[in-house]
Each structure stands twice: as C-alpha cells, then as structure tokens.
Design a protein around this ligand. Structure first.
Ligand code: GLN
Length: 479
C-alpha cells in the first residue's frame, strides 16, 4: 500500500467538515509541486480551476448542502476525455490548440458527485501503446521507480494516483490500458463491461473495444468511482439501457462457494514471479472457500493477433477525421491534398502512423477477408469459448501484465515486444466483458504485480468480490 489517503476517507472528512476540500487539494498540489517535474504524469495541471471547485464544495458544505459521494476528492482525467474549454490533446500534436465544446459524460457525472479535477494526464498518443513512451509530450515515469515505465496507455493516470497527485483517476482501456498500468504502479484498475460506462466525450481509438474506467488505491474506491460513472447515457448508442448493479455488497461477500477458473491453455510469456503470484492467488481463493476449476479457452492465444488487426482497422477509420480542417493543427500547403498529407505527416507520431497503415491494409480490398474478416471470426470464437466456460465458473484469474514495470526504452525498438504486454488483457475487450487488475504480491526490485480477475458481461459484482478477497489476503485496505 502506498500510504496515501483513500477517497472514501477524504469524502468522509470533507463531508463532515473535519477537513476542507481546499486543504485536501492543497496537499495533492504540494505533492505535484514536489515530484511532477520528475514524474510527468500530467499534460496540464488545472490548479486554478481545481482550487475554485474545491472552494465551492467547501462553501456548499458550510451552507448545509449534501455535495455528493465524491465530495472533495481530487481526480485526474486521462487527456483523451473531453473537458469543455480545456485543451484535450490525446498526447498528440495533431490536436494542438483544440478545446472541446463539451464535457464527456463521465466528467459531468464526476463533477456532479463533488469531484475536483486536478489535471489532464499523459498517455501514449491516441492511447496506442503500453508504456506511455509514445506521447508527443515525452514519457511519464513510474513513481515507484523512475527508471521504469508506468505502463500504458493510461500511464499518466496511473502515475498520478501512485504519486499521490490525485486520489483516483480515470483512464481508458481498449486492450489493457487501464489494467496494465494499474498492475505496474501497484493500483486497482478496472475495465468495465462494454456499454456500462458512457463513452460520450471519450476520443475514439477503436470504438468496439474502448471503455473508460477507474484507477484507485483499493477495491472499495474502485467500486465508488465506477458506481459514480456507470449507468445508461442516451448520448452513447452503445450504452446499456439498464441500471448498473450495486457493488457495495461485493466488498464483504467473500468467495465462499464460488467457482473460479484456471485457464490451462493460457498463452505462455508471463515471468515466473508473475506466474507464482497468480498461483498464490488461486491458493488464497481456495482457502477462502472457492472451488478452483481447470478450464480451456483455446481462442485466448489468438486474441493478440485478432486485436492488432481489429484495433488498427477501427483506428484508421476513427483517425481519418484529423485532416487539418476540423480539429487542431494544420500545416499549410498549396492544395488540399498536400495540406492533408502535410498535416497528418507532421501531426501524428510513428506508432499512430503504423496503426493507421496496418489498419488501412487490413481493410483494403483483396486483404479484407484474409485479415480483418479472419480477425472477426477469432473474435466470435473467443466469445463462444468464454460463454462455454462461464457455464461452469463464476470468474477467472490470470496475470494482468506478463512482467513488472520494465525499464525505459527496453521495448521501444521492437513493436511486437510492446504488443506482447497485452496478451492477457485483450480477450476481455474483444468480447466486451469486465476485467480488473488488483495488486497481489511483488517481484523483481519489490515492484508490484497485478492479478487479473475476469467475469462475464455485467458480472462486476462477482469480479469485485473476488478482487476484494485477494486484496484482503494481500493485506490491502479493509472495508
Ligand atoms: N497496448 C494496447 C495498444 O497499444 C492497448 C491500448 C489501450 O488499451 N488503449 O493498442
């Protein structure tokens, strides 16, 4: 545990007047002043705006108002979430100067719950990466060891919480971008069920995979934050038109009587120390009363390949809108076509260009069936394999990341090595199921390891119950 205050105790202290939202914020800003130059978690710190918001919360509490379930909690937002009038960059030069005309639904929901936004966090450009080294504004460092990456693409959101710059944060997860950085920074990170959280105002990477979710110090905070952002939004056509289930009972339910699956044909590649932590997680769950069941998911192995066709294909389409006309920067040229080319050539970094080219190729006539079409078939097989397994188990456990946080530059020259970070996280995105990483054990240099809990669609209550049990066993916070 980091030793930083969890969000629940902040809410309690602010709501009862034991402390003020301004004081809570000031503590976080002081830590930013102390370490942000070294960590670079933020693209933008919203100092003045946050102080105003905190003051307003204190005034409302003084006036006897009930402010909301996140009263006074400093929260950081990944910089691919739209904030009205506030630069939103996706860590790309191409959005330079663009200010969204509206707030993402998650942003307005959090503001209505009393949250205080401390800043916009760094990411791999357009959320493409696993280390935050692909940001146009320079990398973010892991606060636990600044010679190592925080993971990605939501590395800034993870680092902001791990460094105590914010009590919680939001990231987005298309193939693992919340769970992997959470694992590498010793945090809880959740990718909710596809459609559980509105994406209105999330800048699209791969629309059939993207979800917004929380980074927190513990499982109960993750439940609090997820409950605050989840639920139907008519502004997002993929939003599930049902109330989101309550997670409060999950925190104390335990796993007695649950059946938890061990995937016998899980792809290899995780370091021995990670495998050992996952094995210990199974032992802990078994001693808490769960039955461990061996299951087979043959399609799991093909997830990575399918993802690296589907995600770039969707990205190539989503990113077509950055043409120098509608958003951000433009490089002037004598005619329209050369203006497009110059703007996109200048504005996008190498990884984004690689994805656009891969995606365009996979979708092009003559290759569509062999690449994109085949990837969609793998996706269907994956859904079938998981559906079958969930007839006999309630949840599954795997590694979140194959390794602990790795040193800067160790994977940048080999895109495939970087893509392999996503081996265990991708299947849940392909099939829209929820998944979360919870700190469990440590490896090399005492760096944290994350264990991933998987559950079926809208199975968050079960998933949180398993995660809470692991957290108790790991000596994390108690509810
Ligand atoms: N690392 C994966 C990628 O580079 C996942 C990114 C994400 O989840 N946004 O595409």
């Amino acid at each position: 545990m980091s030793g930083f205050q969890n969000a629940r105790s902040i809410v309690e202290a602010v709501s009862t007047g034991a402390t003020s939202a301004v004081d809570v914020l000031s503590e976080h800003l002081a830590r930013i002043d102390e370490r942000e130059a070294e960590v670079h978690a933020f693209n933008l710190v919203l100092r003045e705006e946050a102080l105003q918001a905190a003051q307003q919360i204190d005034d409302r509490i003084a006036a006897g108002e009930v402010v909301g379930p996140l009263a006074g909690v400093p929260i950081a937002l990944k910089d691919n979430l739209c904030t009205r009038g506030i630069p939103t960059t996706c860590s790309s030069k191409i959005l330079d100067g663009w200010r969204p005309p509206y707030d993402a639904t998650v942003v307005s929901r959090l503001a209505n719950s009393g949250a205080v936004f401390v800043g916009k966090t760094n990411l791999d450009e357009f959320a493409m990466g696993s280390s935050t080294e692909n940001s146009a504004f320079g990398p973010t460092r892991n606060p636990l060891d600044t010679s190592r990456v925080p993971g990605g693409s939501s590395g800034g959101s993870a680092a902001a919480v791990a460094a105590g710059f914010a009590a919680m944060s939001l990231g987005s997860d298309t193939g693992g971008s919340i769970r992997q950085p959470a694992a590498l920074c010793g945090l809880v990170g959740v990718k909710p069920t596809y459609g559980a959280v509105s994406r209105l105002g999330l800048i699209a990477f791969a629309s059939s995979l993207d979800q917004i979710g929380p980074f927190t110090h513990d499982v109960a905070d993750a439940a609090l934050l997820l409950e605050s952002i989840a639920g139907h939004d008519p502004g997002d056509s993929t939003s599930i038109p049902q109330p989101f289930p309550s997670l409060s009972e999950s925190l104390t339910r335990g796993v007695d009587g649950m059946r938890i699956g061990r995937i016998v044909d899980l792809p290899a590649g995780a370091d021995a120390e990670v495998v050992a932590s996952v094995d210990r997680a199974f032992d802990v769950l078994a001693s808490a009363g769960a039955e461990i069941v061996d299951v087979s998911i043959p399609a799991f192995t093909y997830g990575l390949t399918a993802y690296y066709l589907i995600a770039p294909a969707e990205a190539s389409s989503n990113l077509a809108r950055y043409d120098g006309v509608r958003f951000g920067s433009r490089v002037e040229a004598p005619d329209t076509n050369s203006m497009y080319m110059a703007t996109r050539g200048e504005g996008f970094g190498p990884e984004v260009k690689r994805r656009i080219m891969l995606g365009t190729y996979a979708l092009s006539a003559g290759y569509y069936d062999a690449y994109y079409g085949k990837a969609l078939k793998v996706r269907r097989l994956m859904a079938e394999d998981f559906a079958k397994v969930y007839q006999s188990v309630d949840a599954l456990i795997t590694p979140a990341s194959p390794s602990v946080a790795f040193p800067f530059g160790s994977k940048t020259s080999d895109p495939l090595a970087m893509y392999l970070c996503d081996t265990y996280t991708i299947p849940s995105n392909l099939i829209g199921h929820p998944a979360m990483s919870v700190p469990f054990g440590s490896g090399e240099q005492d760096l944290p390891i994350g264990v991933q809990v998987l559950a079926p669609e809208m199975g968050e209550p079960t998933m949180f119950a398993v995660a809470a049990e692991l957290e108790r066993a790991a000596g994390g916070s108690h509810v």
